[in-house]
Design a binder for this molecule. Sequence first.
Ligand SMILES: *Cc1c(COP(=O)(O)O)cnc(C)c1O
Length: 462
Amino acid sequence: MRYVSTRGLAPELGFADVLLTGLADDGGLYVPTSWPQLATFGPADDYAAVAAAVMLPYVGDDVPKEAFEMMCREAYATFGHPAVTPLVQIGPNEWVLELFHGPTLAFKDVALQLVGRLFDYVLAERGQRVTIVGATSGDTGSAAIDAVKHCDNVDIVILYPNGRTSDVQRRQMTTVDSPNVHAIAVDGTFDDCQDLVKAMFADQAFRLQYQLSAVNSINWARIVAQVVYYVWAARSLGNQPVSFSVPTGNFGNVLAGWIARRSGAPIESLVIGSNTNDILTRFVETRAMVNDGVTPTLSPSMDIAVSSNFERLLFEMNGRDGGMTAEQLNRFRAVGRLDVENDLFDEWIAPVFKAARFDDSQTLATIADVYRRTGMLTEPHTAVGIAAARSKGDPGVPIVTLATAHPAKFPDAVQRATGIRPPLPPHLADLFERHERTSLLANDLGAVQAFVASVSRVAVRR
Ligand SMILES: *Cc1c(COP(=O)(O)O)cnc(C)c1O
């Protein structure tokens, strides 16, 4: 499989190069040159087997089939549930797909446990090393660290805003005892952390010297790994038409659902659940993408102003015209608004996507209601998804909400809504006794670059 950039100017690449590159060098995102139809798999195939079958057409010849199947086995063996992502019924036509049984308790493990193994494999084959740098408000950093903590060819530096992540999230990053893992508390906000990372990537000499790499949510390999659980859930429900409700900010998770549908999975609707940061819901309602800034909510992993993965769908809507896509996105960056023409909206958005927004009090009310009716504890992101499913699901069509985090990852909100503080699962029960290792740095590019230079083993090899 070959990949092209949504902005039309970067070189065409294969899967392994797309994996290591992340962002295309024209500023665009990589997408496959075609959408292969779903492979067939047997009724006895488990999650890892389905994952390999769904993803292999996208991997192509870049990783041998047996090696890729082995990586899928290993990645999903780290999950604490035999079904990997179990489907749980919570109402007559209402289901929850639990994507949070991975090592760090958020759905990001589903993609990143595999991506870490892919990095290690490709880098070992090529005799290369990289330095992964990233910014996190909580979930991405811990999932990325856990995914690469055993990778010989990767050093990882994660910047988080000092004092602004939850204790669970911080400890998941700072208690990992691996020499290649470095969590840095930056004296600033999440946006400051992100700006520091962007500045490091923009410094071409620095980027090359330390072979900087990224595993943020625009990395194609993460998207394709998320396609799998849509296919898995649809099969578990007998491959009848089914809708999904997805708590999303960046459009990443719901884009994976669109790809599953495009590839032949029997998906009726994709319902977008937004918190108060509702750029996607406003888009579905008004046909215009408008940047309205960010306000903090109880579902912080969806607190974003701009949904970067929408660019991949926009490229499709534009008939794969990279020049046109680049022009629209440049204008969006300049004026904060992007209008989609009526005929394109009616062809691509209206038949598939629905959306609804819920504020914090509605989120808490949903957590309380689900608990009262089913005894199940849910956390705020998942609750936004369940609320969206209930308000926008199609009558008579089963709907599956993606449960993106374990309730113990957001215990304060769960306790507020239900009076119950969810305990951490056994593998993390001693998290608060573990030794923390972190460095506090000023919000200063020079200081952060000096730190990266001091821990990266890329230069040493040269
Ligand atoms: C990252 C995250 C989301 C949002 O994912 P998108 O990439 O915006 O689709 C939702 N819930 C949780 C718990 C997350 O960690």
